[in-house]
Ligand binder design. Structure first.
Ligand SMILES: [Zn+2]
Length: 282
């Protein structure tokens, strides 16, 4: 029998959640943002104490910290991984992190793999984040093979940023390109971020697990709740992962949207927590 439809008003607010897509940036970089864009700009809030405060307020039990392969917002690869590990250490039962990747030159192909091994084995990070647009390397580029082979060897998940747009060429992070790596590495658990952006139709067919961050908000603006709900149903509950891209939008904004959808409490538990905790073996 199907379990009860979400009958409790505001269930998303109270249910145990694991936010699979959050960002905290180095404090000196955040201070630069505050100086340039003000305290209220979204990324001015990318601070661990603000994150933990939000997690307490909105019943986010755990969160996955992600780098963005961008040494301007973070540091170079090694220092970024150390930074993320240092943030994780502030609440090691609640915060988890993925490793960064920077490939600047030919040596970078191999340094990325070595650094991933260090990040997993020595720093305690849990997977790899690849941001093809920031890297300026297409998602299916052969330069990514060594680091993906290492991820397979270490048996850790890989999250691809997927939001075709800038910087660089539009389709760097497109779901069809990610699909090629999924086919080549069937032994890696891939997560495609942002539902594939406005290429969500490709993502439905081309990729495996997806996080719902950012694009769910844009789909609701475009199509309203019902059609967005249909799109999420087309992906299927077993593939959907709750993520917000904190500090991009408020938790309340996500819950106001998600509470209007037709998911049962069991399905919400799966999307909000179980799917990502299974991938991370937590
Ligand atoms: Zn993000």
């Amino acid at each position: 029998m199907k379990s009860e439809r979400n009958v409790i008003m505001g269930y998303w607010n109270i249910v145990r959640k694991f936010d699979a897509h959050v960002h905290v940036i180095p404090e000196e970089k955040r201070q630069e943002l505050i100086k340039n864009y003000g305290e209220t700009a979204s990324w001015s809030k990318a601070n661990v104490n603000i994150l933990l405060g939000n997690m307490d307020q909105f019943n986010i039990e755990k969160a996955l910290l992600l780098p963005i392969n961008d040494s301007k917002t973070f540091y170079d690869m090694n220092k970024t991984n150390e930074f993320i590990a240092s943030i994780v250490s502030k609440a090691p039962d609640r915060l988890f992190g993925f490793a960064d990747l920077i490939i600047k030159d030919a040596y970078g192909m191999y340094e990325g793999a070595e650094e991933l091994e260090h990040a997993i084995k020595d720093l305690g990070l849990r997977g790899l984040k690849i941001h093809p647009s920031n890297l300026n390397i297409p998602a299916d580029d052969l330069r990514l093979i060594p680091v993906l082979r290492k991820a397979a060897e270490l048996n850790v998940p890989v999250m691809y940023h997927s939001y075709p747009w800038g910087p660089g060429f539009y389709d760097m992070s497109s779901p069809d390109k990610i699909n090629r790596m999924i086919k080549i590495f069937p032994d890696i658990k891939f997560i495609t971020a942002h539902l594939g952006g406005m290429r969500y139709m490709d993502a439905i067919r081309a990729v495996d697990m997806v996080d719902i961050s950012v694009t769910i908000v844009e789909l609701v603006e475009l199509y309203g709740i019902k059609i967005t709900n249909n799109i999420l149903r087309k992906f299927g509950v077993e593939r959907l992962i709750f993520g917000t891209d904190f500090p991009e939008f408020s938790y309340q904004k996500y819950f106001d949207i998600l509470d209007q959808m037709d998911f049962t409490q069991d399905e919400i538990n799966q999307i909000a927590y179980k799917n990502i905790s299974n991938i991370l073996n937590l």
